[in-house]
Design a protein around this ligand. Structure first.
Ligand code: BES
Ligand code: MN
Ligand code: ZN
Length: 495
């Protein structure tokens, strides 16, 4: 795993590759004379001949022919400076990582651009770490050079900048850890495996993990989780991760994530095409494990609780069926009309449990909940539905800063009517229209008036047809949402 450090030794720098961010309006005055004079004549020529104009995303590599301590320089075109934002910095920095692999080098040094703020520094760290990721646990070692070390030249405020680099590295490592779990194949990732990963978090003294097993789920009346999990030979679990960062008795933030380790659809079975993608139906739950890891590794001073209903949705002689009426944890009854609308059923139990047990100050749930969210917004934007304007606004603000695009859908009363059942308190599907919203409307029956936001990450949790390629989201699971939620929780640190 690549280590990122601050470097303040500018004068006797040694590296395989020195990377420079260049904006179109600075290209004509480009000079590295503060670091080395080895490259300036060549740079002048490349700029004069317009071989390099700093066009956004362009790359120019220059080899050293006169000196030896800096072997090469890479000019990274950043386009017009007035269009700069952290998301662009994150994505373009990823290009350097990809190029460094082509060059078969295992380290480089970055010269940050002038007036760089903390958000851009974090974006650089994320761009490096997240684009360096690949899931290769199941392949014999591939040829190629691993990136080991990246240094970022820091001239002033060394301590503050070092801190920002460290925090962003820790957060990126949590995203990478999450991707590794999310990418596991369904034969190696049962609810039990997710519970084991969660239990490891209790190595931190502030974290307690409780795994509620099937027998206990029965005695407490988790009718939803039990119904969905019944068809699988891997038993369902409810995983509860409690992080106590505040010494006061502050109300906690609760983060709930759907973990269906494989979603066949159950008796309402899915078509076989692309069914393998349903191993990613656990991504919401995996994100919660990653968020709890980040919260504890960053030693937050807030109280945060992660809750993961974990099941496998399989067809069998034991499966729940269309027509079944189940009694949920909060005693409400649900008529099952489609066993493939299973995520909302397990989340309903988990949300009701969260409200009753923890009196949260806010609940956020993340779930690969509906194909309808993809129809509505595509595969690059997650759908948000919530019951509290202030919370919704805050989450959207955080999403603007992390580059994880989120768009709000409305929760009008009319949508709740689509779930009316003649046989039970509600049914689990709402008809043809507004599928992402009716799924959220279903969930709203389980949060009472606790401030709540639901994120449907069906389109964004993993790279799929229609996903826009990003350097920092290589193949497979993305960990989408973790950085936004961490930003949100961090904004309440030591307030
Ligand atoms: N896990 C799926 C949703 C999904 C679809 C996630 C595509 C990622 C990519 C969910 O459990 C599901 O099957 N939803 C159904 C609901 C329907 C039966 C009302 C759907 O979206 O088709
Ligand atoms: Mn389903
Ligand atoms: Zn599902």
């Amino acid at each position: 795993m690549v280590i990122i450090e601050a470097e303040n030794n500018i004068l006797s720098l040694k590296t395989q590759l020195l990377v420079n961010y260049v904006f179109t309006d600075q290209v004509s005055s480009l000079s590295l004379s503060e670091i080395t004079t080895d490259f300036d004549p060549i740079i002048r020529e490349i700029v004069e001949t317009r071989e390099f104009t700093a066009k956004e995303g362009s790359i120019c590599v220059i080899h050293n022919t006169v000196g030896s301590s800096i072997k090469r320089v890479l000019l990274l075109g950043m386009g017009d400076k007035k269009n700069l934002d952290p998301e662009k910095t994150r994505n373009l920095t990823g290009k350097v990582v990809i190029k460094s692999k082509e060059l078969a080098i295992n380290e480089f040094v970055l010269v940050p651009f002038m007036e760089m703020d903390k958000d851009h520094l974090s974006a650089i760290v994320e761009g490096i770490k997240l684009s360096d990721y690949s899931f290769n646990n199941y392949k014999k070692d591939e040829e190629g050079t691993d990136l080991n070390q990246v240094r970022i030249l820091i001239g002033k405020d060394l301590d503050t900048n070092q801190n920002a680099i460290r925090n962003s590295s820790v957060l990126s490592d949590a995203v990478i850890f999450t991707r590794d779990v999310s990418n596991l194949p369904p034969n190696d990732c049962s609810p039990k495996v997710l519970a084991n990963f969660s239990v490891k978090l209790s190595e931190n003294k502030k974290t307690k993990v409780r795994v509620i097993e099937k027998e206990e789920l029965e005695s407490y009346g988790f009718g939803g989780i039990l119904a969905v999990g019944r068809g699988s030979s891997s038993s369902p679990k409810l995983i509860v991760i409690e992080y106590s960062g505040s010494t006061k008795n502050d109300k906690p933030f609760v983060i709930v994530g759907k973990a269906v380790t494989f979603d066949t659809g159950g008796i309402s079975i899915k078509p076989s095409e692309k069914m393998e993608e349903m191993k990613y139906d656990k991504c919401g739950g995996c994100n919660v494990i990653g968020i709890m890891k980040a919260v504890s590794d960053l030693n937050f001073d807030t109280n945060v609780i992660g809750i993961i209903p974990a099941v496998e949705n399989m067809p069998s002689g034991n499966s729940y069926r269309p027509g079944d009426i189940i009694r949920m944890y909060n005693s409400k009854t649900v008529e099952v009309l489609n066993t493939d609308a299973e995520g909302r059923i397990i989340l309903g139990d988990a949300l009701a449990f969260a409200v009753k047990t923890f009196a949260p100050r806010a609940i956020i749930d993340m779930a690969t909940l509906t194909g309808a969210a993809i129809i509505a917004l595509g595969s690059n934007v997650a759908a948000l539905v919530g019951n509290n304007k202030e919370l919704v606004t805050k989450i959207l603000e955080c999403s603007n800063q992390t580059g994880e695009k989120i768009w709000e859908l409305p929760l009008f009363e009319d949508y709740k009517e689509q779930l009316k059942s003649s046989n039970a308190d509600m049914k689990n599907i709402g008809g043809r229209g507004a599928g992402a919203i009716t799924a959220a409307a279903f969930l709203s029956n389980f949060v009472d008036d606790t401030p709540w936001v639901h994120l449907d990450i069906a389109g964004t949790a993993y790279n799929q047809e229609g996903t826009k390629e990003k350097t920092y989201n290589p193949k497979g699971a993305t960990g989408f949402g973790i950085r936004t939620i961490i930003k949100y929780i961090a904004s309440h640190n030591a307030e």
